[in-house]
Ligand binder design. Structure first.
Ligand SMILES: [Zn+2]
Length: 614
């Protein structure tokens, strides 16, 4: 029905949907979708397509167009590919103006014989929920299908040690299952949320046995899952017992290499983690030889092992952080490690961070995305997942480019971006291409200036990339684009990105107001660059009684300016709600979770001034 809808909008010609059980009207052109009786009538053996999972075959024969798929995913992708590639439809973001449907008098098809299958078997962003058998099909997932996002493998879980040996079950009777930290087995079970800190003592054979049993039970209960995670909890807190320690290698990680261990050195525990994972994989292979286990290469076990080779049934998830690859040293380290891992195993699964906290402004990542995905392809890696959100005004082009390259990493990234600009903006394509190029360059400036010690959501990065001069330039490009746009769709898309820019501008101006207040001694702000730190956090404020009356009035006026800016940002966020410009829910929750938004605190301080009086 969606296919018919698009075709009708393109040509305004009548299309009819016919069930396979009905007689077809004579003398008309046919489109056969999926498993109908038509392929056989036309001499096509649809039971022997020879397609990989999610693959499809678009072909014409006589008066019939066939949209054939290896499976349901493939059939759906065939239909989307047909309207995109052969009819000129494009999808930029969900919602109004998010798609371009060109009008044609007649749709004349060339002879088509187009077989495709995705190179990456897992192409997952938040747009493409892997568990599509759950009842709610989110907007993101439906939209992501148009970009052919998806996965032919079902992969479940990340940090699972809390489930393998639940402390409420074994904690009281078997403290030896849990990590020895600072001379005692971890006992504060209230802190054990199942996914953070509080690790297991993996050199204990009983813990290995529990893990094997847990995995077997999991696959018994979830036979449709291909891969389940047996990875440590997030954060540190790893066991310090002699048997665990004996497997580690000492190579103090440098400051900045890892946020969690900025202050103290930590041994590399990869051999210990893979000794455990190999033992679990071997045990599980005896009963479930076709199932695989996911293990992270992360934090203090990101560096490759020195003595242990990963079991063939392990899939290793590697956090790439391509967004920081403008830093040559960081890039050399991360790429070097990835190459070492790729030499040890073909089973790598990339984890990317195209989005961090939901509140940060747009980052142009297209050169980094293109380079990194092509590198994964060269290394033979076929699984990929990135953090992403419904923030198409912020990251839409990043996601678009990644989706195209995940399907076919041999495509030319520059051509993809040009096609995006031409089809989305028409005559405004040139200034918009310049706009996106500037965003790419400005993210590079930010990384070069700030370094890689903070997480990319830290305001230091966007103070560097969205300088007043850069803001003026970006604004001018958007204005130029708006003036050049001809159709409602083109104008609507420029306006969509203009709103995204306005959000960035208000956020940066809000941060600048805080620096201003600090500069005038009204408040003291957080200077740390840790994951939860931001200069919008107020460490202390000057007692209003300490000012001379005139200075106090001046400070109060400055507070008001800052409050008004943050109120303006809040009002603006309300006006763009539900439009996929930013991810409303995630942006709001990140404001709170990362303590980015100072509005409440500013109001409290202003009230204290008012209590002192003028
Ligand atoms: Zn131990």
């Amino acid at each position: 029905a969606e296919l018919k809808d698009y075709l009708t909008r393109i040509t305004a010609a009548p299309f009819q949907i016919q069930g396979d059980d009905r007689e077809l009207p004579p003398d008309c052109n046919l489109i056969s979708v999926g498993r109908t009786r038509l392929p056989a009538q036309y001499g096509i053996r649809s039971d022997q397509l020879g397609l990989e999972k999610e693959g499809f075959w678009i072909r014409t024969k006589g008066n019939c167009l066939f949209l054939l798929g290896a499976d349901d995913d493939g059939i759906q992708f065939a239909a989307y590919e047909f309207v995109e590639k052969y009819c000129g439809v494009r999808w930029f973001f969900p919602g109004e103006h998010g798609e371009e449907v060109p009008r044609r008098e007649t749709l004349r098809l060339p002879s088509i014989d187009d077989r495709q299958a995705p190179y990456f078997k897992r192409r997952t962003m938040a747009l493409s929920r892997e568990h599509k058998d759950t009842p709610i099909e989110s907007d993101y997932w439906r939209f992501g299908r148009k970009w052919k996002l998806g996965s032919s493998l079902r992969i479940v879980g990340v940090h699972t040690w809390g489930q393998i040996a639940p402390p409420q079950v074994y904690g009281p009777t078997h403290p030896e299952y849990y990590a020895l930290v600072g001379g005692t087995r971890q006992r504060n079970w209230t802190k054990f949320d199942g996914s953070h800190e509080y690790q297991l003592c993996t050199s204990n054979p009983e813990v290995v046995r529990l893990a094997i049993e847990w995995v077997r039970k999991f696959f018994q209960d979830n036979p449709g899952v291909d891969i389940v995670s047996i990875s440590p909890n997030d954060g540190l807190g790893f066991c310090e017992c002699d048997r665990c320690r004996a497997l580690d290698y000492e190579e103090p990680m440098k400051p900045g290499e890892l946020i969690e261990i900025r202050s103290r050195p930590h041994p590399v525990i990869t051999d210990r983690i893979f000794t455990f994972a190999n033992a679990v994989a071997e045990g599980v292979a005896a009963t479930h030889p076709d199932k695989r286990l996911l293990i992270l290469a992360y934090t203090v076990y990101r560096k490759p092992p020195r003595r242990v080779k990963p079991h063939p049934n392990l899939v290793i998830q590697y956090a790439d952080n391509a967004d920081f690859h403008w830093d040559p040293q960081r890039k050399a380290e991360r790429v070097g490690m990835l190459e070492q891992w790729a030499a040890l195993t073909p089973n790598l699964d990339i984890y990317e961070y195209y989005v961090w906290g939901g509140h940060h402004p747009a980052r142009g990542l297209t050169p980094l995305i293109a380079e990194s995905i092509k590198r994964f392809h060269r290394l033979g890696i076929r699984l990929f997942r990135s953090q992403s959100r419904g923030d198409f005004g912020m990251s839409g082009l990043n996601y678009y480019l990644a989706s195209k390259l995940l399907w076919d990493p041999t495509l030319d990234a520059d051509k993809i971006v040009n096609d995006y600009c031409d089809t989305a903006f028409g005559p405004a394509g040139a200034p918009m291409r310049r706009y996106f190029d500037r965003l790419d360059e400005l993210w590079k400036v930010a990384v070069e200036k700030v370094g890689t010690e903070a997480t990319p959501q830290h305001p230091a990065y966007y103070l560097a990339s969205y300088s007043p001069a850069a803001r003026a330039e970006l604004k001018a490009l958007l204005a130029q684009a708006l003036a050049s746009a001809r159709t409602d769709g083109q104008r609507g898309r420029v306006e969509f990105l203009t709103k995204a820019f306005r959000y960035a501008e208000l956020s940066v101006e809000g941060v600048e107001e805080m620096l201003e207040l600090a500069g005038h001694g009204v408040i003291e702000i957080e200077k740390d660059k840790g994951i939860f730190a931001s200069p919008t956090q107020i460490v202390s404020s000057k007692n209003p009684g300490e000012w001379a009356p005139a200075e106090r009035a001046e400070a109060r006026r400055r507070l008001d300016e800052a409050i008004q800016k943050w109120e303006e940002r809040a009002r603006f966020m309300d006006t763009i709600k539900g439009q996929y410009i930013i991810d409303d829910r995630y942006a709001r929750s990140s404001d709170v979770y990362y303590r980015f938004n100072p509005l409440e605190k500013l109001r409290e301080i202003a009230a204290a001034y008012d209590a002192v009086g003028q």
